[in-house]
Design a protein around this ligand. Sequence first.
Ligand SMILES: Cc1ncc(COP(=O)(O)O)c(C=O)c1O
Ligand SMILES: [Zn+2]
Length: 385
Amino acid sequence: MISHISHLKCPQCRREHSADHLSTYCVCGSPLFAVYDTGSVQEEIDSGEFPSDLNSMWRYSQLLPVKSPSYVISLGEGWTPLLLSRQLGKHLGLRMLRIKDEAQNPTGSFKDRGLSAAISKSLELGAKSFALPSAGNAAVSASAYSAAAGVSAHIFMPDDTPEPFFTQCELFGAETVRVRGTISDAGQEMRKRNGDWTDLSTTKEPYRVEGKKTLGFEISEQMGWSVPDAIVCPTGGGTAIIGIWKAFEELETLGLVGSERPRIYAAQSGGCAPVVRAIEKGTDNLEPWVNGKTMALGLRVPSPFAGRQILNAIRNSGGGAVAVAEHDIEPIRRMVARLEGLDICPESAVGIAGLRNLIDAGTIDFDEDVILLNTGSGARYTNLK
Ligand SMILES: Cc1ncc(COP(=O)(O)O)c(C=O)c1O
Ligand SMILES: [Zn+2]
């Protein structure tokens, strides 16, 4: 199976860009997104070749960007279980709740999808080493996939990131740099050093979203190619939201689903909620959040680069955005551990608190088909009690 990628397209100025050399973002400042020749994919579906029986996200390789399978760096990411909640759903007042358990990815978070796709494609296009600013999980993924590819990784993380994130990156042989401040400051430090590397910053290269998109494919396939009523996403840089929206658009073009869409809800901590504020104010762009603070470190993204696309995906889906109180995060994390046997990360606890708020507000109804993302394992957050 090979990729049917055609080109990259800017959603803002509509310029088309070649997908045959390393790309960052558009000259107009917008992120770029991959476009596929869905007509050819459709022909393969008709002859029964899609999906494949691979138990990883590469089962969708026609709709992933890598053309030559020899460049695919896979550690078995994706095809994670869609767990039926035993008690949490009932506790929240839902008839049924499913949890997409992304902690079961190779390095323990959904970041593996994006980094497997981006690192593989970049290697195919000639990349020799990688760098990225990260709140922690993406750093570990980038380090692991760079190690598997035999190339170097240079990681810039806020200095208050829990120590196990640094230890694991270093175990995988990455260079780690501690930066005072948030992921934005880490990105600034990385750019100042101007190394001879390929920058993997969220949505400043086109392919991490492609990996994350497979979350949407899997949710639909695991539900028999249907569409849930709502998906709740803990949101930082917004790759999951943009990817899931893109997935359902592509599935419709292929005729695998109809025009219905899951309502996508972004959940953020009240301590750093630029997406929630923009949705509430009805603006087209995100205003940077000043002095963002939250223990859900992956959601401490004061100014996501793909702000416009995050807001469009949420609005076009008919969904929304919800802020949660910082003091709810840790008790919810403990509650889920006891109710479901899952050690979830604080970011996912924000998603669950958000779902609870949406149910309380009557935005999500008790008999709706709701999917929660457990975006990663809680195991590395050792400074939480
Ligand atoms: C565990 C976890 N969940 C959620 C996110 C947010 O990811 P995004 O908004 O890019 O989909 C992150 C980002 O660092 C994370 O580490
Ligand atoms: Zn453009």
